[in-house]
Design a protein around this ligand. Structure first.
Ligand SMILES: [Zn+2]
Length: 229
């Protein structure tokens, strides 16, 4: 029964793609195998995220894996194919902008996707414990946290409470970007990628080809995600 529901769902997904004129990269064939297995290789996982984002940007989301059947399927075992490290921003919800669903993504969010040991530990969990083949560090256009940090660093002011910790975490990107906020957002993501890549737990997996770490940028205006590194 479960399989029947899933087949019906994936058929609907494929039909939806065709109807929307979005048969990208053999999309129909891909849609039919949607629920069969998770992408095992890093490039395959990135391709699935990219396809999902194309649908999102074109207002043609199929909202996969968001039903009762999927809930039952992943209730006892999860196999997410990507870890997405992104900002807390309410406009950059990973499952929406990648048109993914339940059990697909491990989502780690912090202001301006800043990395500290607790965040990197959470990121490492996917590849180390669940064999997740891809990590995406996703920055975004007009990031409020980056803008506020740039302003504070420019003015030499100190933000109240723990907000100042975010400012300090963004200081290296601020220095490299020389005051350009959009550049700072991108540099911050590429620096986070470099930091994660250097981690002792992840580096051997990257060397063996089991894991890739990608830096990316989300446009609030277009809904499109572009790869930075
Ligand atoms: Zn942000």
């Amino acid at each position: 029964m479960l399989e029947k529901i899933m087949n019906r769902r994936t058929m609907l997904g494929a039909t939806g793609l065709a109807a929307g004129g979005l048969l990208l990269d053999g999309g129909a064939a891909h849609g039919l195998t949607w629920t069969a297995r998770r992408p095992a290789a890093p490039d395959e996982a990135w391709a699935r995220l990219r396809e999902g984002n194309r649908r999102w940007a074109a207002d043609a989301s199929i909202r996969p894996h968001q039903d009762l059947a999927r809930r039952a399927e992943v209730g006892r075992r999860q196999e997410p194919y990507a870890v997405v490290v992104s900002c807390i921003d309410s406009r950059v919800a990973p499952e929406l902008v990648f048109d993914a669903g339940l059990g697909d993504l491990l989502s780690v969010r912090s202001a301006a996707q800043t990395i500290d040991p607790l965040v990197s530990g959470a990121v490492e969990y996917g590849p180390a414990e669940l064999g997740t083949p891809l990590i995406v560090v996703l920055g975004h256009q007009r990031c409020g946290a980056v803008t506020a940090a740039a302003h504070a660093l420019h003015e030499g002011t100190t933000l109240p409470g723990d907000l100042q910790r975010i400012v300090e975490a963004l200081r290296p990107a601020y220095k490299s970007a020389r005051g350009d906020v959009d550049k700072m957002i991108k540099i911050n993501s590429t620096q986070a990628v470099a930091r994660l890549k250097a981690g002792k737990l992840l580096a051997p997996r990257i060397a063996r080809g089991q894991l890739k770490i990608v830096g990316a940028y989300y446009s609030l205006d277009t809904g499109q995600i572009t790869r930075l590194v």
